[in-house]
Design a protein around this ligand. Structure first.
Ligand SMILES: [Zn+2]
Length: 287
């Protein structure tokens, strides 16, 4: 005899099982009660949460601090114009352009540039007095010493601390808390760099947009084209950091850059250590 196959809806005599209508009704009623119960519970839960929130309202309001995301209480985009390797003979002209638009920049100065340029002290004082941010770019810019050695992390932060003191003395007390790694942090930093930076309480910024103003043959048009390309590539980030150097062409392109970002609705800010923004190519959220 062939083995009977089992069909769940048929009994062993091959007759269709009868479905009990009473059972169905009970199931529907239970499901309905479950839904209504869940809904009521949810409302009670939300009301409870709201009352907890209201009780803590004073505390919440007190703790609330303005962040760069809600500048003047409106949604906004921010651009940080940064200038490396100075102060050079062009620093004053760059400051003049920025000041004429009432825009503050961030200058990552080099220890060797400060020591090698007689007017550097006055320029740093002007930056500090007029609200631009002075960041550190190391003393030497020396790849081998800062990165290509086992003591790279220590050497790097050692130079930053030396420069921090130099800037402090010149400006009469400004303590810089931000650096830009020469050649950027991506592909240069090691875990030791991060540890040493953390110990020293110094943060580190790279950039979203490299203006390429340092390239041989760079023009106002080539720089603008490149900035527009990068902004489009990164989908117009809410916070964007643009890298410049103190080149002749940088002075020339600056008004165009400022108009470009203004038209896009960006506001210009200098670095603010109280609202640090993480932006490094190394990929650490600790610096
Ligand atoms: Zn540099």
């Amino acid at each position: 005899m062939a083995r009977q196959q089992y069909y769940p809806n048929y009994n062993r005599y091959g007759r269709r099982r009868r479905i009990n209508p009473k059972g169905y009704m009970t199931f529907i009623i239970i499901a309905f009660l479950g839904l209504v119960g869940g809904f009521i519970f949810n409302i009670f839960y939300q009301v409870h949460q709201l009352s907890v929130l209201t009780e803590n309202q004073t505390e919440l309001e007190f703790q609330e601090i303005p962040t760069v995301d809600r500048w003047h209480n409106k949604e906004a985009k921010f651009v940080y114009l940064t200038f490396d390797d100075g102060p050079s003979k062009n620093a004053t002209k760059i400051l003049d352009v920025l000041d004429s638009y009432d825009i503050k920049g961030t200058f990552f100065v080099l220890g060797s540039s400060i020591e090698g340029y007689s007017e550097a002290k006055d320029i740093l004082k002007r930056m500090a007095d007029t609200g631009h941010y002075i960041g550190m770019h190391s003393m030497s810019h020396d790849y081998a010493y800062l990165y290509d050695t086992e003591k790279g992390g220590e050497n790097f932060v050692g130079e930053l601390l030396e420069e921090q003191n130099l800037i402090k003395d010149i400006t009469g007390g400004f303590i810089s808390q931000l650096c830009r790694a020469p050649y950027g942090s991506g592909g240069t930093f090691t875990p030791a760099h991060i540890e040493s930076l953390k110990e020293a309480g110094i943060k580190c910024w790279d950039w979203d947009v490299d203006s390429l103003d340092w390239e041989r043959g760079a023009t106002v048009d080539s720089i603008m084209k490149n900035i527009e390309y990068c902004m489009n590539l990164w989908n117009y980030p809410r916070n964007t950091i643009v890298l410049f150097h103190e080149k002749d062409v940088t002075i020339e392109v600056l008004p165009r850059v400022i108009e470009y970002y203004t038209e896009l609705g960006y506001e210009f800010l200098p670095y603010n250590p109280e609202h640090h923004l993480v932006k490094n190519l190394y990929g650490s959220d600790e610096i």
